[in-house]
Design a protein around this ligand. Structure first.
Ligand SMILES: Nc1nc2c(ncn2[C@@H]2O[C@H](COP(=O)(O)OP(=O)(O)OP(=O)(O)O)[C@@H](O)[C@H]2O)c(=O)[nH]1
Length: 361
């Protein structure tokens, strides 16, 4: 197969809540995106994004309960392999591009290295660009606090600065200067509510780490070494942040958990609880997403997104996206015990303890 026959893969990355799914949703609604399959990777044990992406089932694949930069990397290979086989056999509609949305905590380097080297992948697919979203509200703080966010920016071909409607021109200018310092070669666009021309995202050309900063070159060298050298936990990087992709672990103080609530929740009480949690723990609430069965409007579930201290205005859906009408709350936190969340939910949102289920991790 000639390289031009390989199916292009666009990798969409960006820190937690920075607007990846919003961009993806907009892109998938564009006529020229008809032949695209999206693979969505979610971190928690309860996946919500795929319910909120408007796409037919044969255009969407879900990799849940793990992150493609570490625990479910093999699943990405299998999914791509399976898609190519079904495409060749004609058992799914033909597709001409794949878009992979990583989790917000993903280190993109091992993901890209896998796509560039896995034997089952290289004969059929080629990376056609890395797109990273950066949240204009939280971006500066996130780049300071999370090494994954810096890597996402550093490897990108295209940078989409999102939520530009929520910040001043000065804040935006400072953030953009920081992004250019990390990655001077990426094309930078400002995006509001996911609205971006597909041409600004697709067809970035073959990914070449050697043309990047010295840091990026080093990260890929480390990834290449990891692929040939078995790496064990006896390694002295244990307990520290390690460059080694096989050894890669997300910040050990970042945890994810989900709650499923099997009774309707009163809207006002839920809003009170959200205010309380945001005020008390906003900084450590890296990500909150929920689909909520609101007692006052049982046929129109509420979708709520929180990103650090920012809670976006909740959106009422026209109907339930599946048969499951239980409320599902996903938390990615730094050091907030699940118990505090459950206790405050019972107290402020008047949820009964017996209605709270903890899905198995
Ligand atoms: N005001 C405003 N809100 C936005 C914009 N882009 C995204 N959002 C909101 O930000 C929240 C998070 O957006 P998502 O698209 O879910 O972010 P994500 O990067 O996919 O999140 P994770 O998958 O959890 O990492 C949602 O409430 C979006 O509606 C924007 O440009 N402006």
């Amino acid at each position: 197969m000639d390289a031009v026959d390989h199916i292009p893969v666009t990798v969409l990355t960006g820190f937690l809540g920075s607007g990846k799914t919003t961009v993806l949703n907009h892109l998938l609604r564009q006529p020229e995106m008809g032949g695209v399959v999206a693979i969505i990777n979610e971190f928690g044990e309860v996946a919500l994004d795929h319910l909120l992406v408007e796409s037919s089932e044969d255009r969407l694949a879900l990799l849940d309960n793990g992150c493609i930069c570490c625990s479910v990397r093999e699943d990405l290979i299998e999914t791509l392999d399976d898609l190519a086989a079904r495409r060749a056999a004609g058992t799914i509609p033909p597709f001409h591009r794949v878009l992979v949305e990583t989790t917000g905590l993903a280190d993109p380097v091992p993901v890209l290295h896998t796509l560039m080297t896995a034997p089952d992948i290289v004969g059929r697919y080629r990376i056609d660009g890395v797109v990273a979203t950066v949240d204009a509200v939280n971006g500066a703080h996130t780049l300071h606090a999370h090494a994954e966010a810096v890597r996402q920016v550093a490897v990108a071909d295209r940078l989409l600065v999102t939520k530009t409607d929520l910040v001043s021109g000065d804040t935006l200018a400072r953030l953009e200067a920081r992004l250019v310092a990390i990655n001077p070669v990426a094309a930078l666009s400002q995006v509001s509510n996911g609205i971006v021309d597909p041409a600004r995202v697709l067809d970035a050309g073959l990914f070449d780490p050697a043309a990047r900063s010295a840091d990026v070159v080093r990260w890929f060298e480390t990834a290449a070494r990891a692929a040939v050298e078995p790496h064990h936990h006896a390694h002295d990087c244990e307990g520290t942040r390690c460059d080694h992709p096989v050894h890669h672990a997300h910040d050990s103080d970042v945890q994810s958990f989900s709650l499923v609530i099997d009774e309707p929740i009163h809207g006002e009480a839920f809003a009170r609880w959200l205010d309380y949690v945001a005020a008390l723990k906003g900084e450590d609430l890296l990500r909150f997403k929920a689909i909520v069965n609101v007692a006052e409007q049982p046929d129109a579930p509420l979708v709520v997104h929180g990103v650090q201290h920012v809670f976006h205005p909740p959106i009422s859906l026209a109907g339930w996206p599946s048969e499951d009408r239980r409320s599902r709350l996903v938390f990615i936190v730094r050091g907030i015990p699940r118990e505090i969340i459950e206790t405050t939910l019972c107290k402020f949102a008047a949820v009964s303890r017996t209605a709270i289920q903890r899905p198995a991790a």
